[in-house]
Write a new protein. Structure first.
Lengths: 208, 270
């Protein structure tokens, strides 16, 4: 069973629908026991960083996630906010701590082309910059993005970046892979067959 | 680079897809599940489903339809019609919608836009603006399925809802709706130039060129249509192909095979 973390931020149902279509058993849950019993953890989320972290803390889930993912090495897939939480800090609406599992910060997208709107909302080309499991057999993929903030990795840890997209002349981190930690900025659950293929690639890493 | 979007609009009256001409809903065309399955595999970028029923009577049925559709829709899904408060929005999101479209209630109670964009994020709140020309040729915003004139100017109203936190505008010309003569390009350009949130153009598409006009001449970010997609095989695919061949930056059209069950269980939904 996959645990899809329910912390009041966004489209858990869409994510569950996608995994169910791929034949996987899922549970949308905030129950620590169910999270501990799961074989992998999915953290989706759309919305504000600080509100998301606050909700996770209030439900006592940050410690549980850290124990399962960092110490027990349970596979993790973060989507959108689930990618940004990996950072040490976010500068969305003040300054807020993230999980700090990776060395990086979350900052507002600043496209060089001032005509471009923030949030980035829509389909964008995604360029694979490093061989990775999530993008297996996906050539020149196009994914659906919906975000105003993006992850900026520290120079010492840019090797975890596996794909990027160009938004108004700025390279945005699209996917991350680091041992058992996978994360995507776009929405695979809403990126049609390309997105389903990526989710299936994630499942392949668990199946093997 | 970010791509222009092609968005079919599924208009449901009492649970059936209907044809819309100047907001009069006549011919029943079919059922929503079949339409979503086709559009899903024919290269569209998002789907909008609107409930235009004249009464509340079908509201519960519409919720059931959305729950059923979302299981088969793996692109962003926007839902609208009879949305009155934020608990209704939350219900649609739990049923699998990604965004909601608000029209009448936005005019009646602008605080709803402010409040709901704070709770769910601006990206979730689409405000739909229906516009009609008056006798002296100026544009006015209508609500309540095109029945009530608010006297609002669409540019002022668009700027107002952007300030309130709306993330996108779904802009319809009631005069052009169903008339196959193309979008009201002046209206779309005027509103698009006045705000910095994306504009989805709707109303009047009669041939594929009109989509290109909406983006190039109307400055819309995304283009939408309803009637035209229901009457030909591979409609949205062909529309997308035309857009790509005209040099627009769109997702390359291709047919998608989704592993959804071939026979949906209609009884569970209707």
């Amino acid at each position: 069973m996959l645990a899809i973390i329910d912390y009041g931020m966004g489209n858990t149902k869409s994510v569950a629908n996608a995994f169910e279509l791929l034949g996987e058993e899922v549970e949308i849950t905030d129950d620590p026991e169910r999270i501990i019993a799961s074989k992998a953890i999915i953290l989706p989320g759309v919305g504000a960083f600080s509100k998301g972290m606050k909700n996770l803390q209030e439900k006592g889930l940050v410690k549980i996630l850290e124990n399962e993912i960092i110490h027990k090495k349970k596979p993790y897939l973060g989507i959108c906010l689930g990618l940004q939480f990996l950072a040490e800090k976010s500068f969305e609406d003040g300054e807020h701590d993230g999980f700090g599992w990776l060395k990086g910060t979350v900052k507002k997208i600043a496209p060089q082309n001032s005509q471009l709107k923030v949030p980035q909302m829509g389909w964008n080309d995604t360029k694979v910059v490093k061989n990775c499991r999530l993008m297996n057999e996906l050539e020149e993929p196009v994914f659906y993005y919906l975000h105003s903030y993006c992850l900026e990795m520290d120079h010492s840890q840019t090797d975890v970046i596996t794909s990027i997209c160009d938004y108004g002349g700025v390279d945005i981190v699209s996917t991350i892979e680091h041992d058992n930690i996978f994360a995507v900025q776009f929405h695979p659950e809403k990126s049609q067959t390309t997105g389903l293929k990526l989710l299936n690639n994630f499942l392949d890493t668990i199946r093997n | 680079m970010l791509k222009h979007r092609l968005i079919p609009n599924i208009i449901l009256n009492n649970g059936n897809i209907v044809q819309s001409i100047n907001f009069k809903h006549t011919n029943v065309i079919g059922n929503a599940i079949t339409a979503v399955d086709f559009f899903n595999s024919w290269a569209v970028d998002e789907i909008i489903v609107l409930d235009v029923s004249r009464t509340h009577k079908y509201k519960e049925n519409f919720h059931k339809i959305i729950s059923g559709l979302s299981k088969r829709c793996f692109i962003p899904l926007t839902v609208g019609g009879w949305i009155s408060d934020s608990s209704e929005i939350l219900r649609f999101l739990h049923e699998g919608a990604d965004k909601v479209s608000i029209n009448t209630q936005a005019v009646k109670n602008p605080d709803l836009i402010k409040e709901s964009s704070k709770i769910f994020g601006s990206q979730c709140i689409v405000v739909s603006i229906d516009v009609k020309k008056n006798d002296s040729g100026s544009y006015e915003v209508y609500v309540n399925r095109g029945k009530d004139n608010t006297g609002l100017n669409p540019i002022d109203w668009a700027q107002e809802i952007e300030k309130l936190g709306a993330g996108e505008i779904f802009l319809t010309s009631i005069d052009h709706d169903g008339c196959k003569q193309g979008y009201d390009l002046k209206l779309i350009r005027d509103v698009s130039n006045a705000v910095s949130i994306p504009i989805i153009a709707f109303g009047g598409v009669g041939k594929w060129e009109h989509f290109v006009d909406g983006i190039v001449k109307g400055k819309a970010d995304a283009v939408s249509a309803a009637n035209i997609f229901h009457f030909s095989e591979h409609s949205t695919y062909n529309a997308k192909k035309f857009m790509a061949e005209s040099g627009l930056n769109v997702r390359i059209p291709s047919f998608y095979q989704l592993p959804t069950p071939r026979k949906p269980k209609y009884n569970e939904i209707y």
